[in-house]
Each structure stands twice: as structure tokens, then as C-alpha cells.
Design a protein around this ligand. Sequence first.
Ligand SMILES: *[C@@H]1O[C@H](CO)[C@@H](O)[C@H](O)[C@H]1NC(C)=O
Ligand SMILES: *[C@@H]1O[C@H](CO)[C@@H](O)[C@H](O)[C@H]1NC(C)=O
Ligand SMILES: *[C@@H]1O[C@H](CO)[C@@H](O)[C@H](O)[C@H]1NC(C)=O
Length: 223
Amino acid sequence: MATITALPRPPFFMILFLIVLLPLACRCADPDPLQDFCVANLNASIFVNGFPCKPVPEVKSDDFFFNGLRKEGNITNVFGSNVTAGNVLVFPGLNALGISMNRVDFTPGGVNPPHIHPRATETGVVIKGRLLVGFMTTSNVLHSKVLKAGEMFVIPRGLVHFQRNVGKGKALVIAAFNSQLPGIVVLSFTLFASTPPIPNDVLTKAFQVDEKVISGIKSKFGS
Ligand SMILES: *[C@@H]1O[C@H](CO)[C@@H](O)[C@H](O)[C@H]1NC(C)=O
Ligand SMILES: *[C@@H]1O[C@H](CO)[C@@H](O)[C@H](O)[C@H]1NC(C)=O
Ligand SMILES: *[C@@H]1O[C@H](CO)[C@@H](O)[C@H](O)[C@H]1NC(C)=O
């Protein structure tokens, strides 16, 4: 139709913006800081997008150091793994810097169950042990590999991933995130231990199983 061919062409800079800048914008995680630092005032009652800053005269060197990743987490639990977080909630110096770290400890055979970080890409390095690391794409393709000490992985933002200790001894991984608070959605808890619970008939249809299978799984997670 004539009206379609008569549409004005978008200006060159607009096309450039869409092709070059938009994909970059979509890949960024936390926003860039507007000052050198902004040590979080975790007690503040007003939140903007993150935490307000502690007044500069009150900032101490200790605000920029954190020893919370020194110790192994308690791995005596159903999964045989423990995530110790080093995010803004425990290390306020990270506020507004778009970065944080975790340590994850594993017993032999321990699993960090399938989960998502909604706000961050994750990269990690195995410090100890042999770890199967895997993630699934949005096309349901599994990418996985067994890593040993010194080897690294990356989990693209928002994709479901897991780790399993396939070695004989304990395993340890140190992970880094491009967010001060990456967030974690553990599928077992999200689907089977939410408050209030997801109705069983949603889950029976979703997983194509009987109600007793669903209530059986729910009972494992205390709901
Ligand atoms: C937050 O409150 C706690 C307990 O009242 C206090 O020890 C701490 O210094 C406060 N932190 C800041 C940044 O004001
Ligand atoms: C992880 O380890 C910490 C420190 O030992 C402990 O307080 C926490 O309960 C453990 N978490 C799980 C899920 O076992
Ligand atoms: C680890 O957690 C288990 C289960 O909660 C508990 O029985 C055990 O005492 C904890 N171990 C340590 C070292 O805290």
C-alpha cells in the first residue's frame, strides 16, 4: 500500500542507536556509580535503587574489606553444599559498585541445586576439588563441563544453572557477580516451598504427574 512506502525513513543515527547501543544497554548489570564510593547505610529507611550512602566522614578503611568468605560454610544439609555470600548486605562497601562474590563449599557428591541469579552474570574459579558445572539456555540446551582447581566458568545472566562435586574430597568454588546483590531463585524452593504454596493443580499439570508426587516433593521442603 502507498501509505507504507510513503513512511519516512528513520534517521541514520537512530538505526545506529538500535544496532550498536541497544544490545550494549541490555547487557549491562548494575548501573555505573556516580562517585568514588557509596558505603551502604544498611539502616536507612529509604531505598532508591540500592542503598543510600554512609556520610563520607564516617567511612573507614574497614568498610572496604570483608573477611566473611574465609570460613567453610556448614555443608551438613540435604544438598551437601553451602553458599556463603559476600554481597552488599554483608559487605556495605560494595554498594553502587556493581560487583560481589560468593564462596560455595561442597561435600563429596554435594549439589548446588538448579538456580537463577536474576540480576547478574556469574563467573567462578574452582579452588579445590572436581566440579561439574552446567547451565541450560533458553532453548533448553545444556552446556556443562567437569572443572578442576584453577579452571573457570561463566553463567550468562538469568539462566538456570547447577554445580555438583564429582570428586572424592570436598570442593570449593569462588564466584563473582556483576551485581552488588545478584539475587537467587532456587527452583526447588520457588516451586515447592513458596508462601503461600503454588496450588497443586498448577504443578501436576506443569510436571504431568499425580498430586501425590507433588505433595511428596512439597513435604521434603517443609510445606
Ligand atoms: C546500623 O545500626 C546498627 C545497630 O543499631 C549500628 O551498630 C550500625 O553502626 C548502624 N550502621 C550505620 C551505617 O549507621
Ligand atoms: C551454611 O553455613 C552457615 C555457616 O556455617 C550456616 O549458618 C548456614 O545455616 C548454612 N546453610 C545451610 C543451608 O546449611
Ligand atoms: C552443621 O549443621 C548441622 C545441621 O543443622 C548441625 O547438626 C551441625 O552441628 C552443624 N555443624 C557445625 C560445625 O556448625
